[in-house]
Design a protein around this ligand. Structure first.
Ligand code: NDP
Ligand code: 8X3
Length: 255
């Protein structure tokens, strides 16, 4: 595949970091974003030194529309030629029945997973329209396909990503922009640590007794989705570990 510019939100850990690695390893220039600047700088140095590609790190919070707009509008003309946008930054916060839900958790998930994705897309889409090409990959979830107990608002935000992905594909059709959604099931990243506010034991239990997806598994699929010929678009791709059938059916003690 010809050299591309890949813009990845949430590249300081998990899927985003693994995606930055695989794209850089294959010779592509990457824009990596997140809030933890030390991690961005470290990843930037590693990728540049290891793979001899260009890496730009942008430190911003996707929930802050002004920061998002400034960072993207201030890109040089060279970096504005974004071929692939991967809307990956996201999180779950808490796991409670709706009647016990915490407002600040709900707001964090809605602001990050839905509004953040929209803020970034709003800035990048015009750049792609200008160039009459581009590929947007939204990271959804199995939680965006079915609702599970206590998943309420997180599931709702990922159902919104599902709907936004379908809507983007229709609206951007006339501009030659591909839109794909990748929906992973349980994958061991910092996701559960974030969901359970750093409770290591609780986070570990999520992956007990089976082999979950890894960040690399998801990154390899994202790479595959971008490497297909121009006339081919993966619209929607659900992937789980072999031990997982859907959001609620996981074969534990299968390791
Ligand atoms: P991680 O917690 O490992 O990574 C999340 C990334 O999102 C980090 O780089 C984090 O960067 C970034 N991020 C979170 N909030 C913000 C924000 N407000 N502004 C900017 N960046 C932000 O989790 P995963 O890699 O697992 O998750 C990536 C995506 O995949 C999420 O959208 C998640 O919902 C989804 N997903 C995860 C699954 C899983 O089981 N792990 C399964 C299905 C989907 P920083 O903290 O530095 O800002
Ligand atoms: C993350 C997968 O099942 O924890 O999106 O919601 S799950």
């Amino acid at each position: 595949m010809a050299k591309k510019i890949i813009f990845i939100t949430g590249a300081t850990s998990g899927f985003g970091k693994a995606m930055a690695e695989i794209f850089a390893q294959n010779g592509h220039d990457v824009i990596i974003t997140g809030r933890r600047n030390e991690r961005l700088i470290e990843l930037k140095n590693t990728l540049q030194n290891k793979f001899n590609v260009k890496v730009l790190s942008l430190c911003f919070d996707v929930r802050n529309q002004k920061e998002v707009a400034e960072n993207i509008q201030n890109l040089s003309a060279e970096w504005k030629a974004i071929d692939v946008l991967i809307n990956n930054a996201g999180l779950a916060s808490g796991l409670d029945k709706i009647q016990n839900g915490i407002l600040s958790d709900w707001e964090k998930m809605i602001d990050t997973n839905m509004k953040g994705l929209l803020y970034v897309s709003k800035e990048v889409i015009p750049l792609m329209i200008q160039r009459k090409k581009g590929h947007i990959i939204n990271i959804g979830s199995t939680a965006g396909k079915e609702v599970y107990e206590k998943g309420n608002v997180y599931c709702a935000t990922k159902h919104a990503v599902d709907a936004i992905s379908k809507a983007m594909r229709i609206d951007l059709l006339e501009h030659g922009i591909k839109v794909s959604q990748i929906c992973p099931g349980a994958a061991e990243t910092e996701f559960s640590m974030v969901r359970f506010s750093g409770d290591t034991e609780r986070a570990k239990q999520v992956y007990n007794g089976y082999k979950p997806l890894t960040a690399k598994d998801v990154a390899e699929v994202a790479y595959f989705v971008t490497a297909l010929p121009q006339h081919v678009c993966i619209n929607d791709l659900v992937m789980t570990s072999t031990a997982q059938a859907n959001s609620t059916s996981i074969l534990r003690n299968s390791k």
